[in-house]
Design a protein around this ligand. Structure first.
Ligand code: MN
Length: 245
């Protein structure tokens, strides 16, 4: 073996050790991007609760501007453009159509006037919720995970880069179930706007590239059933269609 080969071998061993894992490395969660071959790697998924007044009212709450509250889903709960498998242990799974924000940068205590600079792009997604389990959790003062962070609970469209669609703060957001309009709202009805959401979240967490935020749902949430055909969109941004299977 000559010296060069030994060096190469040495490098190879270092690389192998660096990435050695005792179990298979978990697959990265990658979302497709409109007009790009490269994809968007997901780090965390944050969700905003009750961010449209008419939805807060339909859930029995006062839509006054109380501070926003947050919960999380898991990155691998995101389901890019695919069928939604009806989850176990629930008989009341609801659709919540939402504007999805994908971050390219982050930080702590981000001022609202700099928040839009952190955004890579936007998508439309559905925050599927086991409403029966959520109701039970609320009643018992328990966390929402089992109702929110289940497998495939967040189908999401391809990401539209902000360089293509800008930073939408008004425009239709809607969902149809089997051809019938069930959710219809406007981004301008959001109680906490996207820059404010980023500011508030960054007080609680250190945001980073790859973080995804689901920004809340307008009124009209309701149950889905196996066999349903769901289509939804944020007008001018993205469309998503799926079957409940
Ligand atoms: Mn939601």
């Amino acid at each position: 073996m000559d010296l060069l080969a030994a060096d190469e071998l040495c490098e190879e061993i270092v690389m192998t050790e660096q990435f050695a894992t005792v179990i298979p490395l978990p697959a990265p969660v990658l979302l497709p991007i409109n007009g790009e071959t490269a994809s968007f790697p997901v780090r965390r998924v944050y969700c905003v609760g009750r961010n449209y007044a008419d939805h807060a009212i339909e859930m029995g709450h006062d839509p006054s501007r109380e501070p926003p509250f947050f919960f999380q889903k898991n990155p691998n709960n995101l389901l890019p453009n695919s069928d939604f498998p009806y989850p176990p242990l629930s008989s009341d799974v609801h659709h919540e159509v939402e504007l999805v924000v994908a971050l390219k940068s982050g930080g702590s205590d981000i001022p609202a006037e700099r928040a839009l600079d952190c955004i890579y792009g936007y998508a439309v997604g559905i925050d599927f919720t086991r409403r029966d389990l959520q109701g039970e959790a609320k009643k018992l003062g328990r966390p929402w995970e089992v109702s929110k962070a289940f497998e495939s609970s967040a189908p999401v469209s391809a990401i539209a880069p902000a360089t293509q669609v800008g930073h939408p703060d008004k425009g239709g957001i809607w969902l149809m179930r089997n051809g019938e309009s069930v959710q219809r709202g406007d981004l301008s009805q959001m109680i906490w706007k996207v820059p404010e959401i980023i500011t508030e979240l960054s007080k609680l967490f250190t945001l980073a590239p790859g973080d995804v935020i689901m920004t809340g749902t307008p009124a009209g949430v309701g149950p889905v059933a196996r066999g349903d055909r769901i289509s939804c969109a944020v007008d001018g941004v993205a469309t998503l269609m799926l079957n409940v299977v």
